[in-house]
Design a binder for this molecule. Structure first.
Ligand code: UD1
Length: 366
C-alpha cells in the first residue's frame, strides 16, 4: 500500500511525524512525503524535520506565501501532477492549514482516498480561515481521525457517516510524549525564576495593528515584574515592524526568533503561564499542566477548557491582566488526564489504515 503524506506549515510537522513512524514500523507500506512549501523559512520548517526525525520530503511544491486564494490554488495546481504520477492509495492530510484543504480537494476529484488527521474540531467561527479548511476537508475525507469525542459529535452532527469516523486520540501529544525527556537538555534562560511565554500569530490579533500595539503594551507592562519570552512568528514580525511606536522592547520583554520544537517544548514545560492564540499550544499546555490564557473569543479545542488548563480571555486587555495576576497568585486549574492523549494515537491510525481492506476510493465506492 502506498500512503502519501501532505505537510506544509509548522503545526503539521509534529502531527505527521508519529504517523510516519508508526506506518514505517508496519510491513508492506510504502510512504511518500510531500511538503507544499507553505512554510519555508529554515526555522519554521527544516529544523522541525531534523528534530522530529521526519524523512526528508520526496517532493517540495515550493508554493511559499501569497494570499489565501493564490496559495491554495498554487498547491492544488502543483499537487495534482504529483498525485497522478505517484498514484498513492491513500493521502493523509493534517490539521487545518491551507495545505490540508488544497490537497484533500485534489484527491477527492481524482477519486483517491483521503485521511484527515485531527478531524472534527470546530470553533464555529467562520471568520477563521482554519475553520473553513476544517469544514471542507472533513466533508471530502474518507477517513476522519479525531483527537477527542467532541470531534466525533461535530462530524455526526454534520452528517458524516459514522463508519468513516475513528476516535484515535491526539497525535501531537504523541510527539510531545516522545520528546519531553529529550527537552530536558534545555533549561530555558531565566527558568530558575518565573516567566511568561507568549505566542501570537492569528490574523485576527496581529493584523489589527492598534490591538497588536495594545497587547504589546500590556506585555511590556507585565515584563516590568516578570520576564516575558515571546518567540515571534514571521507574520507577527512583519506587523510589529509596521507599528508606529516601536519602543516595546524595554523591560524584560524578549522578542526572539521562532524556536525549534525541543527548545519551545522546554519553554512551555517551565513557564509560569503561557499567553497564546495558537491551537496546538492550548493542547500542549493542557497536557503539561501549565496554565494557558488564550487571546481568542472561541476555541476549536473546548476539551482544553473543560478538562484542561486553558482559559479564553477574548480580546479583553483588562481580563488578560486580571488572569495573569490570578495565575501568578497560584489560582490555576489542575488538568485531568485526557482520554487517548497517551502517546499512541498514531499507532491506532496505522492499525486502522493497515486493516482497511480496500483503500482505493475508485474501487471501494467510498
Ligand atoms: C498558518 C496557518 C495557521 C497555523 C500557522 C502556524 C493557514 C490558513 N494558516 O498561518 O493555521 O496556525 O500557519 O504557523 O494555513 N512567513 C514567513 N516564513 C515562513 C512562513 C510564513 O516569512 O516560513 C510569513 C509570510 O510572509 C506570510 C506570513 O508569514 O505572509 C503568514 O504565513 P502563512 O503560511 O500564510 O500563514 P500563517 O499565518 O503562518
Amino acid at each position: 500500500m502506498h500512503v502519501l503524506h501532505v505537510v506544509g506549515a509548522r503545526p503539521n510537522f509534529m502531527k505527521a511525524a508519529p504517523v510516519v513512524r508508526a506506518l514505517a514500523s508496519l510491513k508492506n507500506i510504502h510512504q511518500t512525503i510531500v511538503h507544499t512549501g507553505q512554510h519555508y523559512d529554515p526555522n519554521m520548517s527544516d529544523v522541525f524535520f531534523r528534530e522530529l526525525e521526519i524523512p526528508q520530503p520526496d517532493v517540495n511544491l515550493g508554493v511559499g506565501s501569497a494570499s489565501h486564494a493564490r496559495q491554495t490554488a498554487d498547491i492544488i495546481a502543483r499537487f495534482e501532477p504529483v498525485v497522478l504520477e505517484r498514484k498513492p492509495d491513500l493521502v493523509l492530510v493534517y490539521g487545518d492549514v491551507n495545505s490540508t484543504v488544497a490537497a484533500a480537494l485534489v484527491c477527492s476529484k481524482l477519486l483517491i482516498a483521503v485521511g484527515h488527521v485531527e478531524a472534527g474540531l470546530r470553533s464555529r467561527d467562520r471568520t477563521m480561515p482554519e475553520e473553513i479548511n476544517r469544514l471542507l476537508t472533513d466533508q471530502i475525507s474518507d477517513f476522519l481521525f479525531t483527537p477527542s469525542q467532541d470531534g466525533n459529535e461535530n462530524l455526526l452532527h454534520e452528517g458524516i457517516a459514522p463508519e468513516k469516523i475513528f476516535l484515535v486520540g491526539n497525535v501531537m501529544i504523541d510527539t510531545l510524549v516522545r520528546l519531553l525527556p529529550k527537552s530536558e537538555q534545555y533549561r530555558p534562560a531565566g527558568a530558575q525564576s518565573k516567566y511568561v511565554l507568549v505566542t501570537l500569530h492569528r490574523p485576527s490579533n496581529v493584523d489589527d495593528l492598534p490591538w497588536l500595539q495594545q497587547m504589546l503594551g500590556t506585555l511590556a507592562h507585565i515584563s516590568k515584574d516578570l520576564t516575558v519570552v515571546f518567540p515571534v512568528h514571521p507574520r507577527t514580525r512583519q506587523r510589529i515592524a509596521q507599528l508606529e511606536h516601536q519602543a516595546v522592547n524595554n523591560g524584560c520583554l524578549q522578542l526572539v526568533d521562532p524556536k525549534p520544537y525541543l527548545e519551545f517544548l522546554a519553554l512551555q514545560r517551565d513557564a509560569t503561564v503561557v499567553i497564546t492564540d495558537s491551537g496546538g499550544i492550548q493542547e500542549e499546555t493542557t497536557f503539561l499542566g501549565v496554565p494557558c490564557l488564550t487571546i481568542r473569543e472561541n476555541t476549536e479545542r473546548p476539551i482544553t477548557l473543560t478538562m484542561g488548563t486553558n482559559t479564553l480571555v477574548g480580546r479583553d486587555i483588562k481580563r488578560l491582566e486580571k488572569e495573569v495576576e490570578r495565575t501568578l497568585a497560584g489560582a490555576s486549574r489542575q488538568a485531568r488526564p485526557l482520554p487517548l492523549w497517551d502517546g499512541h494515537a498514531a499507532e491506532r491510525i496505522a492499525a486502522i489504515i493497515s486493516n482497511s481492506a480496500v483503500m482505493c476510493r475508485g474501487s471501494s465506492g467510498l
